[in-house]
Design a binder for this molecule. Structure first.
Ligand code: PLP
Length: 389
């Protein structure tokens, strides 16, 4: 079998063996519904509450402030749609994930006002722009902690201070930041914060929203009084147990300096690519970034073609852009950073994870420069430059 290396951990991560082991009993002998009052139910309830404490610890929150959801998308929808009503003003950024952007667009269609803040060429929001855009009816600021395509970290601590001073609720989508950098909801000063399990080695389909005490949040779903009436629906007990275990492992990872290990591997990958491939560069290089992500442009090629060529050779990476009905949209994130469309289309995201090794980086480096060179040979624009036509 050909070797495969997975450098697409911002898309999803493998469930770690320890996480799977922790979940296993809750598919079998401990199958109870966490709302049942008998022992089978109470055993499930105990597991859910232990996980709540672990997730709270990861975020510096209290366990009563954690609401389990089906993932990051639901957490974002709940955080935003649950806080506003028609006539309210929301401030977000132009580089948010679609879970935030499309929720805001929907809310605009029912009478909310939304400001989409621009970013500079490093992908950063300017806190002064935020200050200037606040209105008497601004109800919510929603600015992500880390960008999924570039890994760029927004100045959320500063944004939190602005929100506190102006007495406006602050939500941050921390789906790509959680477990990668230490997060503390009190340091950030946010009222709402979204995370998603499958981005840090828990299963797909489970996540959480941190909701600061006394925040008046309207639920999206109606039904039972689960999650203190903030999210109706029988809890996904195995998933929640997996989320808790992954949170515990992330906390241990910080103690073991896992983020430093990833930074070293990521920087080696990045520097070697830049040294070996001409007309390439890092998108967002000047901004602070999460340790595991690099987004690199390779001028004169189609990112999609590079993803496919690398995949055939055993390396899984991705373009940041969403692929819909066979045609690749240009990344709204890279476009907002001012990249021309052809450079945005020539950009690839590499995202490392807990299981990435130094050998994986060597494997990637053995493939990338040669594959780019081969694709460029076929590129009419590159030939023009190379032959100085
Ligand atoms: N927000 C960000 C920044 C993301 O990267 C993602 C997933 O890619 C989401 C939200 C959505 O999370 P989920 O896949 O759990 O719905």
């Amino acid at each position: 079998m050909t070797r495969r290396v997975y450098l697409d951990n911002n898309a999803t991560t493998p469930v770690l063996p320890e996480v799977l082991e922790a979940m296993r009993p809750y598919f079998g002998e401990r199958f109870g519904n966490a709302s049942s009052i008998h022992q089978d139910g109470q055993s499930a309830r105990g597991a859910v509450e232990r996980s709540r404490e672990l997730v709270a610890r990861l975020l510096g929150a209290e366990s009563s402030e954690i609401v389990f959801t089906s993932g990051g998308t639901e957490a974002d929808n709940l955080a935003i749609a649950g806080m506003v009503k028609p006539g309210d003003h929301i401030v977000t950024s132009s580089v948010e994930h679609h879970a935030v952007l499309f929720t805001c667009r929907h809310l605009e269609s029912i009478g909310c006002q939304v400001t989409y803040l621009p970013v500079n060429k490093s992908g950063l929001v300017d806190p002064d722009d935020l200050r200037r855009t606040l209105r008497p009816n601004t109800k919510l600021i929603s600015i992500m902690a880390a960008n999924n395509e570039t890994g760029v970290l927004q100045p959320v601590d500063e944004i939190g201070k602005i929100a506190v001073e102006a007495d406006i609720y602050f939500h941050t989508d921390a789906v790509q930041a959680a477990a990668k950098i230490p997060l503390d909801v009190n340091r950030i000063g946010c009222d709402l914060l979204s995370i998603s399990g499958h981005k840090f080695h828990a299963p797909q389909g489970v996540g959480a929203l941190y909701v600061r005490k006394r925040t008046q949040l309207q639920p999206l779903f109606y039904g039972g009084r689960h999650e203190r009436s903030r999210r109706a629906g029988t809890e996904n007990v195995p998933g929640i147990v997996g989320l808790g275990e992954a949170a515990k492992m992330a906390i241990e990872g910080f103690e073991d300096n896992e983020h430093k290990r990833l930074t070293t591997l990521r920087d080696r990958l990045e520097q070697a690519i830049l040294a070996q491939v001409e007309q390439s560069g890092v998108n967002g290089a000047e901004a602070p970034r999460v340790p595991n992500t690099t987004n690199i442009y390779f001028d004169h090629i189609e990112g999609e073609a590079l993803v496919i060529a690398l995949d055939l050779k055993g390396l899984a990476v991705s373009t940041g852009a969403a692929c819909s009905s066979g045609s690749t949209e240009v990344s709204h994130v890279l476009t907002a950073m001012g990249l021309p469309a052809d450079r945005a289309r020539a950009s690839i995201r590499f995202s490392l994870g807990k299981q990435t090794t130094a050998e994986d980086i060597d494997f990637a480096l053995a493939l990338i420069p040669t594959t780019v060179a081969r694709l460029r040979e076929l590129s009419p624009t590159y030939r023009k430059v190379a032959l100085r036509l």
